[in-house]
Design a protein around this ligand. Structure first.
Ligand SMILES: [Zn+2]
Length: 204
């Protein structure tokens, strides 16, 4: 047995990973929160400002369920086509929309489509946001079924971050199996360190 297996067997977490869900809040958010809560885990939800301002009560529900809320731009554009002022506007309006919904002040920004560069990172940093993507892509946006999403999570290592979306029933259905498999491997869903973008034990 590996050292990792031995520690996992002893019930002690050997590491943390971050489950992330982009593009909400939306009509599936309540089902997502119920699935996460029934597994006793917390996740990072990257909201768009457009969706957050459309239904601020869902932002409040995310916060009340113990989730961490990140910034995913306002209108989900291809950010690199924008001027720096337009980038700033996308991010600042989203910070305001999430704050207005009771979601706190995000420290993390996930660029739509994972498209980023140094200019966008600088704009994000000027608003107190760490620009970050992911280590493992569930491919749920690309038609992956529940089993494929569960299998993707098996690639997560200590500190790793996984990309998912809350609009797919297939993704929500994968959550219990993902959590069970992580637990067996000694990994526990945690928060994302806003200084490093890596998954760590929850601090708050
Ligand atoms: Zn997105």
């Amino acid at each position: 047995m590996t050292d990792a297996g031995r520690e996992a067997e002893a019930g002690k977490p050997i590491g943390y990973v971050a489950l992330t869900f982009d593009d909400g809040p939306n009509a599936n958010t309540s089902a997502l929160l119920a699935a996460l809560r029934s597994c006793g885990v917390r996740a990072t939800l990257f909201n768009t400002g457009d969706n957050a301002s459309s239904d601020p009560s869902l932002v409040a529900a995310e916060a009340a369920a113990g989730m961490w809320i990140g910034n995913h731009s306002f209108s989900h554009p291809h950010m690199l086509t924008l001027s720096s002022d337009e980038m700033r506007d996308e991010l600042a309006r989203t910070q305001s929309a999430i704050q207005a919904g009771g979601g706190g002040t995000p420290r993390l920004f996930r660029p739509p489509f994972g498209e980023t560069d140094g200019r966008l990172e600088s704009v994000a940093a000027s608003l107190g946001l760490l620009d970050m993507t992911w280590d493992v892509d569930s491919e749920d946006w690309n038609g992956a079924g529940t089993e494929a999403i569960v299998a993707a999570a098996d690639r997560l290592q200590d500190g790793g971050v996984m990309l998912m979306h809350d609009r797919y029933a297939t993704t929500i259905a994968a959550i219990p199996k993902i959590v069970a498999n992580l637990t067996r491997r000694g990994l526990r869903p945690g928060m994302i360190d806003p200084a490093t973008g890596r998954a760590i034990a929850p601090r708050a």
